[in-house]
Design a protein around this ligand. Structure first.
Ligand SMILES: [Zn+2]
Ligand SMILES: [Zn+2]
Length: 127
C-alpha cells in the first residue's frame, strides 16, 4: 500500500502534525507521534519531523581545523557530516531549516521508512 507523508491539521485542536496516510488511516509519525502538542503551521510540523531525521544522522566534527561557514562566511571550527555530505556550517547555521537546504528530505525519508514508492507530498520549505 502506498504511504503518503505530509503535515496535516488536527480537526479538533487545529494544530499541525507530521503524518503518514495509509489507505484511509492517518496517524502522526516520528517525533510528532510522541507527546508532541502539535504545531501552529504545517512548516513547523515538517521541521519537527525533519529535525529528528537529521539529528539521527548528523555528526558534528570539531577537530581544530577552521573552515568558512557556507551561509554567513564566518570562520568556524565545526563541520557537520550527514551521510556522505560534509557541510561547513557555524553554530548559528546548524539548525534544521538550514540543513534542509543541503540535504534532500525525500531521501532521508526513504532511508527511514525504506519504501521506495513513498511520495513526499507538500514538503515545501522556504528558507
Ligand atoms: Zn511535532
Ligand atoms: Zn554561519
Amino acid at each position: 500500500m502506498r504511504r503518503y507523508f505530509a503535515p496535516r491539521q488536527h480537526m479538533v485542536t487545529g494544530k499541525w502534525h507530521f503524518t503518514v496516510q495509509e489507505g484511509d488511516m492517518v496517524r502522526p509519525v516520528g517525533p510528532c507521534a510522541d507527546d508532541c502538542p502539535g504545531h501552529d503551521t504545517g512548516d513547523d510540523a515538517i521541521l519537527h519531523y525533519a529535525g529528528h531525521l537529521i539529528d539521527e544522522r548528523k555528526t558534528v566534527i570539531r577537530d581544530g581545523n577552521f573552515v568558512t561557514c557556507l551561509i554567513c562566511g564566518g570562520k568556524t571550527n565545526r563541520r557537520v557530516r550527514i551521510g556522505n555530505k560534509e557541510l561547513h556550517l557555524c553554530q548559528d547555521h546548524m539548525d534544521t531549516k538550514t540543513l534542509l537546504r543541503f540535504v534532500d528530505l525525500g531521501t532521508l525519508m526513504r532511508e527511514e521508512h525504506g519504501a521506495p514508492e513513498e511520495k513526499a507530498s507538500g514538503l515545501i520549505i522556504t528558507p
